[in-house]
Design a protein around this ligand. Structure first.
Ligand code: C5P
Length: 234
């Protein structure tokens, strides 16, 4: 089996919660587009051989951006749900490789990903049978409520995590798990859920808390702060 690593970047969301005039990946952050940061951070990792990005079929922004990155990039159309976009990208990747590489699926909307976290994921998982993902332990007390916000329970927070990306699995396994979930009408919001659905056990790898997903407008200022902080460290 190949030791190669590829990245898949779902970027076909419209980012409704951002309430901006364009999808959030095309917003400016520290002098570049969000998507530019994301792609450059993946491409500049020496182990990443190439990137497949999924953009919306009607995306009028992507054709106007010129992004310089240091590895090959292939573009496919996204789907209705994130998992459909990922599946389309994996389909394209299958036509590009003769083996079964590891795939790191990373949200376009997470531009603060550290090289250090990619290294950590690769060294934790590249000999693993299944794969896994970056996540952050939950420190707050977690409540479950009814639909009208009445608390119906407190959830033990030990061993609870927020799942983030990259999520790293072998191409063939991930494709087949996503196909299975789709055929059975299971909504999966991350790759690990599909892998769990087919009965396997992905591993959680602790990442940095600054690997945020830009979702609402305040997140841009936060991402800017994190980037400045990272430059200060570096
Ligand atoms: O909407 P959310 O923030 O959860 O999206 C996470 C990532 O998945 C984003 O990078 C978004 O562009 C992508 N996505 C996609 N196709 C969809 C929906 C979301 O590629 N249909």
């Amino acid at each position: 089996m190949s030791r190669g690593f590829w990245a898949v970047v779902p970027a076909a969301g419209i980012g409704e919660r951002m309430q901006s005039d364009r999808p959030k990946q095309y917003l400016q952050l520290e002098g570049k587009l969000v998507i530019e940061h994301t792609l450059q951070r993946l491409a500049s990792h020496p182990e990443i051989k190439g990137i497949v990005i999924a953009v919306d079929q009607e995306d009028e922004w992507w054709p106007t951006v010129s992004i310089v990155i240091s590895c090959p990039i292939y573009v496919v159309h996204g789907g209705k749900q994130r998992s459909h976009s990922v599946l389309n990208a994996l389909g394209k990747l299958s036509t590009l490789v003769a083996d079964d590489p590891w795939v790191l699926v990373h949200d376009a909307a997470r531009p603060c990903l550290r090289q250090e976290d990619i290294n950590k994921l690769l060294s934790a998982l590249s000999k693993h049978d299944v794969g896994g993902l970056l996540g952050i332990p939950i420190n707050d007390t977690v409540k479950r409520t009814s639909d009208d916000d009445v608390i119906i329970g407190t959830i033990e927070r030990r061993n609870l995590w927020r799942a983030s990306t990259p999520q790293m699995f072998r191409l063939a396994l991930l494709k087949s798990a996503l196909h299975t979930s789709r055929k059975q009408n299971i909504t999966v919001t991350d790759e690990a859920s599909a892998i769990e659905f087919v009965g396997l056990e992905p591993v959680m790898v602790e990442g940095h808390t600054d690997n945020i997903k830009i979702t609402v407008s305040g997140d841009l200022a936060l991402a800017q702060l994190f980037m400045q902080q990272q430059r200060g460290e570096g």
